[in-house]
Design a binder for this molecule. Structure first.
Ligand SMILES: [Zn+2]
Length: 310
């Protein structure tokens, strides 16, 4: 593999476009996140306008086997077999040129996240079942799972399995609980991986830079909100007691919540701050989620943030 795209990729001509996307796609929120808000100075093509921090890639596609329209809707799993790190990414282009001897080109951000350098080996898995619909309609049958969700699941930077979970036994997911780690990313990830401590966990942990880590499958119960774990998804946000959400963290959280609401048909009114979750029963309560969503510790603060952001 090698890397490509973005303002600093001088290997791409200033007017070079992409095989799978056109300028019309800049208006589509499903795809707009792949691009910078404006063309870098002196360029007009989509290649240099790619946001190098987003996760995208190119392969030398055979369009009879993987048609262009399929690729536009597909999410692929990209993996570094040397260290097991993996992430979801979107195909955007055809390449690299056969003369390079390489078969895949990754975004600089994706390569960095997976710990890959030029000419390393990468494994890419693309599955028809993970395609997203081209034209989601409200009339489409919503079954809670599968491909009817018009919101793509945000990229999970890494799935780090926590032992502190149990089978949901098919119980319906009907609420989302928002938390504050009251500590660093590293300390939260470490605590959730320990099986001999407080035995706590969360489904997701969102770092201040917007990176999302998953630690428990949605179909399992994580130990994040005593008394209310059976039917909830827990999202931790890295922050201290007086921190508000960081901007990229808020955007990532809102995107994840949007996907969860649609995926499990959760009512928008069922997004709670930890301390305000129905069923939560730890004696003495908690100060969580602190000041992340507003300066007043109340469910009204959470609801207002959801209204404004999700
Ligand atoms: Zn909490």
């Amino acid at each position: 593999m090698s890397t490509f795209g973005g303002p600093h990729d001088l290997g791409m001509a200033a007017n070079e476009d992409l095989a799978l996307f056109t300028k019309a796609d800049l208006q589509d929120p499903k795809y707009a996140y792949l691009f910078l808000p404006a063309s870098p100075p002196g360029t007009s093509g989509l290649g240099r306008r790619l946001n190098p921090d987003q996760y995208y890639f190119a392969c030398r596609w055979d369009y009879t086997a993987t048609p262009r329209e399929f690729l536009r809707r597909a999410l692929a799993r990209v993996e570094n077999p040397a260290n097991g790190r993996a992430a979801d990414a979107r195909p955007v282009d055809w390449g690299p040129h056969p003369s390079t001897g390489r078969v895949a080109d990754l975004s600089p951000g994706l390569a960095a996240a997976l710990g890959l350098n030029t000419d390393d080996i990468v494994r890419i898995t693309i599955s028809a079942r993970r395609a997203i619909p081209v034209k989601p309609t409200l009339a489409m049958k919503r079954v809670g799972h599968g491909s009817s969700n018009p919101h793509g699941k945000p990229v999970i930077k890494q799935f780090i399995k926590s032992p502190n979970c149990s089978c949901r036994n098919g119980a319906r997911i009907d609420k989302i609980v928002l938390h504050c780690t009251e500590g660093s990313l590293a300390s939260a990830l470490a605590e959730f991986q320990k099986s001999d401590g407080r035995q706590v966990s969360a489904h997701y942990v969102i770092d201040r830079n917007g990176d999302i880590y998953q630690m428990v499958s949605d179909s399992d119960r994580s130990n994040h909100c005593m008394g209310a774990n059976q039917n909830s998804i827990g999202i931790e946000h890295v922050g201290g007691e007086t921190d508000p959400l960081a901007a990229p963290q808020a955007a990532a959280s809102a995107a994840l919540i949007r996907w969860l609401l649609e995926q499990y048909q959760i009512p928008r009114t069922n997004i709670f701050g930890h301390d305000f979750t129905p069923g939560y029963c730890r004696p003495g309560g908690t100060s969580c989620p602190d000041r992340l969503f507003g300066s007043v510790h109340s469910q009204a603060t959470i609801a207002a943030w959801v209204e404004a952001n999700v």
